[in-house]
Design a protein around this ligand. Structure first.
Ligand code: SF4
Ligand code: SF4
Length: 445
């Protein structure tokens, strides 16, 4: 089996925790709240503006906010019902942002197609427009608008489409469950993407700790010799874009470049599923599978409309186990620690992890002991402890010299650090400072 530079296997206490929290679920559990809280900021690109008013009735899947800009993603009502308010509401960045609140009438009024659209005979422009209308954005966390990702410069020949089925965050199983339950629809989305890219081969990379997902995807693609399902090692961050490309193709994405520069497009399996739904059934991106795990009574994977509050999903999972100490939206490696249960699930959220006072010790910070483990773990060959040190000292010039901008925010350095230094968070902040320095230098040139 191929591998990539750096990366980590879990330390014994976390490995035990992961094994304890391994969710093996067969049944699709669904939860639909009485109110959904839909933030307008859910994607990378131009901000959207509301096109509805308080008091309006909206159908499930109706556009409620949009922008004329090409690099943007429309926002839709995830349930049918009445718009009861537009307010500033807590988001996953521990800030407040404009949010549309809809009272769910549980009537599920919508205009989705009942028979699939014939995309095989449709023009690529029509298909791309359907993806754009569906507000599809990368569901692996990046939330980059998908119609933009597929509008590739014609001079770039794409030879490989990679489907990322390597969830890689230690406790999350949302993508694995989706592959287990919706393999055929994921393949459908991949075939649509293949048409848009002029027929590249498709490689689906799945970690070896997800055997049921591997079998389901193999069965769904067995008749198609343009698709290969490849098992990759469960070494964090196998699911990082650059790492998965290296593992599956032996090619390296250039620093500051895109995968398309080397003839590759990579999308998450959940994004592929969303492409299929938007193109075949005019069903926009309005729901997702969310892993609710950690110190909750019944860790599980829940299908829920976007805009469901984290606290309601924790209640659905039976509530807290022990005194809650930390709430993370996303996984323990790259997720964001949030301060309130009122944060809603959005297009890019794949999990909710709770730590109580007993498990939170895994995250307490101590002085650096110069052990070098963060350097060994970094898949981008950076010097995390050095960048962290210069960031703390406010020397952003040095952070730039140490290539902080190449960090992919994977969190591997933080995870292996025996002193539990906040390396990834500080290096992400250092990246922002370096970008600001570079912008100022350009402006004064
Ligand atoms: S978060 Fe950045 S610095 Fe830390 S291991 Fe990942 S890429 Fe390296
Ligand atoms: S892993 Fe932690 S303790 Fe070890 S060198 Fe890096 S920052 Fe220091």
């Amino acid at each position: 089996m191929r591998t990539f530079t750096g990366g980590i296997s879990l330390s014994p206490p976390l490995k035990m925790l992961k094994e304890k929290l391994m969710i093996e679920q067969d049944e699709i559990l669904t939860f639909s709240p009485t109110m959904v809280f839909i933030p307008l900021a859910q994607h990378i690109g131009a901000p959207v503006e509301p096109i509805v008013s308080v008091g309006d009735y909206v159908k499930q899947g109706q556009v409620i906010a949009e922008s004329d800009a090409f690099v943007s993603a429309k926002i839709h009502a995830s349930v049918s019902g009445k718009i009861v308010d537009m307010v500033d509401w807590p988001n996953q960045n521990n800030e407040e942002g404009k949010t549309i609140i809809i009272e769910n009438d549980y009537a599920y009024q919508n205009d989705f197609l009942s028979a699939p659209f014939d995309w095989q005979s449709a023009a690529n422009e029509t298909i791309l427009n359907k993806i754009r209308q569906g507000g599809v954005a990368g569901k692996g966390g990046a939330t980059f608008p998908t119609h933009v990702k597929f509008s590739i410069d014609e001079t770039k020949k794409i030879h490989t489409l990679i489907l990322n089925g390597s969830e890689c965050e230690p406790f999350l199983r949302s993508d694995a469950f989706l592959m287990q339950k919706e393999a055929q629809k994921i393949i459908h989305g991949a075939k649509i993407a293949q048409k848009l890219l002029d027929g590249p081969k498709i490689i689906i990379g799945i970690e070896d700790d997800k055997p049921r997902a591997i079998s389901a995807m193999q069965a769904a693609s067995a008749e198609d010799d343009t698709i290969e399902v490849v098992t990759v090692p469960t070494v964090y961050p196998t699911g990082g874009e650059k790492q998965l490309v290296e593992l599956l193709t032996d090619q390296e994405v250039p620093l500051g470049g895109l995968t398309a520069d080397i003839g590759i497009v990579l999308i998450n399996v959940a994004t592929s599923f969303a492409i299929g739904e938007a193109v075949c059934y005019d069903k926009p991106l309005i729901e997702r599978y969310t892993t609710v795990t950690g110190d909750v009574q019944n860790p599980c994977i829940v299908k829920n409309p976007l805009g469901t509050l984290a606290g309601e999903l924790i209640d659905f999972a039976g509530g807290f186990q022990g005194a809650p100490s930390k709430l993370i939206l996303g996984g323990p490696m790259m997720g964001k620690s949030v301060k309130t249960l009122k944060v809603p699930v959005t297009k890019g959220s794949n999990g909710i992890v709770v730590f109580n006072e007993e498990t939170d010790w895994l995250y307490a910070e101590n002085p650096c002991i110069r052990c070098n483990k963060c350097v060994e773990a970094c898949p981008m060959r950076l010097m995390p402890m050095e960048i962290d040190q210069f960031y703390r000292a406010g020397d952003y010039q040095k952070c730039e010299e140490l290539l902080a901008e190449a960090c992919i925010n994977c969190g591997a350095c933080t995870f292996v650090c025996p002193a539990k230094r906040s390396l990834a968070a500080n290096i992400t902040a250092a990246k922002g400072k370096v970008a600001q320095l570079q912008k100022e230098a350009k402006e004064s040139a």
